[in-house]
Design a protein around this ligand. Sequence first.
Ligand code: HC3
Length: 404
Amino acid sequence: MNGNGQKHASGTSTPKDSEDSAVPAQSKGSWTSFLKSIASFNGDLSSMTAPPFILSTTSLVEYSSYWAEHPSTFVAPANENNPEKRAVLVLKWFLSTLKQQYSSRNEKLGSEKKPLNPFLGELFLGKWEDDAGTTQLVSEQVSHHPPVTAYSIWNSKAGVRLQGYNAQKASFSRTINVKQIGHAILHIDAFDEDYLITLPSLHIEGLITGAPYVELDSSSYIKSSSGYTAKIDYSGKGWLSGKKNTFTASLYQDGKEKQPLYTADGQWTDCFTIRDAKTKDVVETFDPTVTNTTPLTVAEIDQQDEMESRRAWQKVAQAISKGDMNTTSAEKSVIENQQREMRKQEKAEGREWSRRFFTRAPKSALFDALANSIGEAINSNLTDGVWLFDQEKAKDSAPPFQPQ
Ligand code: HC3
C-alpha cells in the first residue's frame, strides 16, 4: 500500500493517517521506505537499515540474560528428586523465560526495536544475586559473519548450568520471519542430567502500525537425558479467533507423545498453568506479576573491559538516545573501522580472533544423543561451528567470571 493505506507492490502496507499508528509524524516517510525495503532484504538481519525512531541502544549480545531473570525458577529443578517432576520444573522455567526473551522490551520501550549488531568478541558479563545465591552470566559474540552469540549461565550453589548459542536467519513473506539456529543445553549436576532446548521460530507483528512485536511460531522442544520430552506449540491471534502469544505444551515419556503426563497452556506473556494430564490437577502455576525478576548486576561502565558491550557502545547509545543520527553513524563507523583493522591484522598474521570464553567444535556428541527423536538438526554450517563454553579459558579470565 502507499502512504494512504493502499498496497505496496511488495504486499506490505502502511495505515491511513487516520488509523492508529505509533510512527512519529516526522518519521512516516522513512517508515514507509523501510517497509518497502524489507520486502526485498537478503535474510541477514544485521544488514537491515531501520529508521532512527526504531533503533535500540541495546546490543543483541545482552539478550542472553533473558534466560535467567527469575533465578529461583532457573535453579528449582535441582531441588527435585523425582525425574518426572524435575522435567516439569524445567518446562516451567523455560515457559517463564519466553515473556522475558520475546516481549519484555515492549514493556520497557513500547515496541520491539532494532538491536545493535554485536561485533566479534563483544562481551556481556553480569550476575544476579538473590535467594537463589549467585547466578552468573557470560555472553560473547563468537562470530560476526554469520552473527552468532554464545552464552553460559551458571549457579554453582545449585549446580545448574545453561549453555547455548544462537543465530538468526530471516526471510520476508508478508512480514519478517525469523528462524533461530542453535540450541541451549541445561545441565543439573546432582543428577548428571541434560536437557536439550530448541529455539522457536518467530515473526514480527505490528509492522504496519509502527509498533512491532514478536509472535512465536510452530513448535519447540525440551528433550531430557532422563527420558522425557516437552513439546511446546505456539499460536497467535488469527483473523477470526485466538489470543496473542498463546501456547499449549505437553510433557511425555519419550516415544509416547499420544499419552501426555502433563499439559500446560496459557499466554507466554501472562499466566500459565501446568496440569497432571490424567487428573487435571494443577501442579504448577506461573504469574509474571507475582514472580518478580531479579535485576542483573553489571560492572560500572568505567570498570568494564573495553570489549564489554555497554562500554564499547556507550557513545553510539548516547547518540541514539539524543536522536543524533550523524554522531550515531560516526561512532558506529569508529567501531566498524577498528574491527576491520583487527581482521586485517589477524589475516596478515595467519591467525583468527581468540574467543574469550568459548571454543568452536565441529559437532556435539551430547546434542546428537538428545536431538535424534525430535528431528532437530545442528546446522553448524550456519553458525560457523558448534560453540562450547570453555572452562579452561574461563579460569584465566577476570575473577568474577571464573566458574567454580
Ligand atoms: C528478530 C530480532 C533479533 C533477534 C532476537 C532474538 C531471536 C535473539 C536471541 C534471543 O534469545 C531471543 C530473541 C528475541 C527477539 C529477536 C528480535 C526481535 C526483533 C529483532 C529484529 C532484528 C528487529 C527487526 C526490526 C524491527 C524494526 C521490525 O523491530
